[in-house]
Design a binder for this molecule. Structure first.
Ligand code: NAD
Length: 376
């Protein structure tokens, strides 16, 4: 079977769905790989390295897709890609299916068998294919780097002959994969770190990283984790109590990093304009949830919003794309593992659509949207 890897077309997308290392592995597993010229250049992977790994370099999109059985992408294919896709081809990408409904419909109409990588279940066997974790981890790291860059002071405590500089106080809201990495990164830079989440299991994780935990620990908090390990949407009453608790805390912070998400729902609003206004001039907020609507009032996608009192709110789009070489390498390994599900025991191309992982991630097939959560 032929796997095609095309250039990401969405503005600002620097990642690529295969790297030379995974191309080599895919070929060893029995696939042929075609890479559109320039597909990896924004992530520092030149065409020559793909060719050396055994890929065929296609000059045009049409050539890249002409014989494709499978298309690997970071983002959903755009109209020109869908138009060039052979009927019935498999697509694996981060499809953002709750928001990008039109693109999903277009994939269905084109007869594609599309998998949304974010729907891969978080079971042990699928950990190696977990693109949410691989990308969120790097986003959490990069958020602190972006924040530190925008912050006009030092992160660590420094004792100098000219006097002492205080360590920055960093508050991380939402302690999933991204939040944990943000805590670890801020700690490595020498900040004093506190964190909050609605899932009780996070308390121990926060403390094990050397940060302090802060949360309203009532009955609702004790039951805030779903069986799947995600957060529930909290009641208005809980959110009010939470806001009250964190208000006085936020006023004392130099940096706030928000990462709170609820699957399939808009991001919860955690930081109000009044709380932002309570922060010192020069403080920085990084809103990692900005692409899902944002956790912070006043945050704008793709912009640095500077408030009247001099607080910078960073709404950086696509944080993993700012660390594109590593983000691509991890994403490509996730897809390499996923490709293994298309092979039978003899190593032949024969996807088993009854497989638990493929079943959970399958969103379009046979001309229709087939995922139960997406059918309207
Ligand atoms: P996520 O990206 O969905 O959300 C980020 C964090 O925001 C979560 O910790 C969530 O509890 C928190 N949050 C939601 N609403 C909030 C609110 N109102 N206030 C404060 N915080 C709020 O989360 P994620 O990073 O995908 O992780 C979710 C879970 O999945 C975790 O338990 C994680 O350990 C688990 N996980 C499991 C696997 C696996 O088993 N393979 C892999 C990765 C993550």
């Amino acid at each position: 079977a032929v796997i095609a890897v095309t250039k990401e077309r969405r503005a600002g997308e620097t990642r690529v769905a295969a790297v030379p290392e995974t191309v080599k592995k895919l070929i060893a597993a029995g696939f042929a790989v075609t890479v559109e010229a320039g597909a990896g250049s924004a992530a520092s992977y030149p065409d020559a390295d793909y060719a050396a790994a055994g890929a065929t370099i296609a000059k045009t999109l049409k050539d890249a897709l002409a014989k494709a059985d499978i298309l690997f992408k970071v983002r959903a294919p755009e109209a020109d890609e869908i138009a060039a896709l052979p009927k019935g081809a498999i697509v694996a990408a981060v499809l953002n299916p709750y928001q990008d409904k039109a693109q999903l419909e277009a994939l269905a109409k084109a007869g594609a068998t599309a998998f949304a990588m974010e729907f891969v279940p978080r079971i042990t066997r699928a950990q190696v294919m977990d693109v949410l974790s691989s990308q969120a981890n790097l986003a959490g790291y990069r958020a602190v780097i972006e924040g530190a860059e925008a912050y006009g002071r030092a992160m660590p405590m420094m004792m100098t002959a000219a006097g002492t500089i205080a360590a920055a106080k960093v508050f991380v809201m939402g302690v999933g994969v991204a939040g944990l990495q943000a805590i670890a990164t801020a700690r490595r830079l020498g900040a004093v770190v506190t964190a909050t989440d609605v899932r009780p299991a996070t308390k121990e994780q926060v403390e094990s990283l050397g940060a302090k935990f802060l949360a309203v620990e009532d009955e609702e908090f004790k039951n805030a984790q779903t069986a799947g390990g995600y957060a529930k949407e909290m009641s208005a009453e809980y959110q009010a109590k939470q806001a009250e608790l964190v208000s006085s805390h936020i006023a004392k912070q130099d940096m706030v990093i928000t990462t709170a998400l609820i699957p399939g729902r808009p991001a919860p609003k955690l930081v109000s304009a009044a709380q932002v206004a309570s922060m010192k001039p020069g403080s920085v907020i990084v809103d990692l949830a900005i692409e899902q609507g944002g956790n912070v009032e006043g945050a704008k996608l793709g912009e640095v919003a500077v408030t009247q009192n001099g607080v910078k709110i960073l709404g950086v789009a696509n944080l993993p794309g700012r660390i594109a070489a590593d983000a691509s390498a991890l994403y490509a390994r996730n897809l390499f593992a996923f490709a293994g599900l298309f092979l039978n025991k003899e190593g032949q191309f024969a996807p088993d659509y009854e497989d638990e992982i493929l079943k959970a991630a399958l969103v379009t097939q046979g001309g229709a949207v087939v995922h139960p959560q997406l059918k309207s």
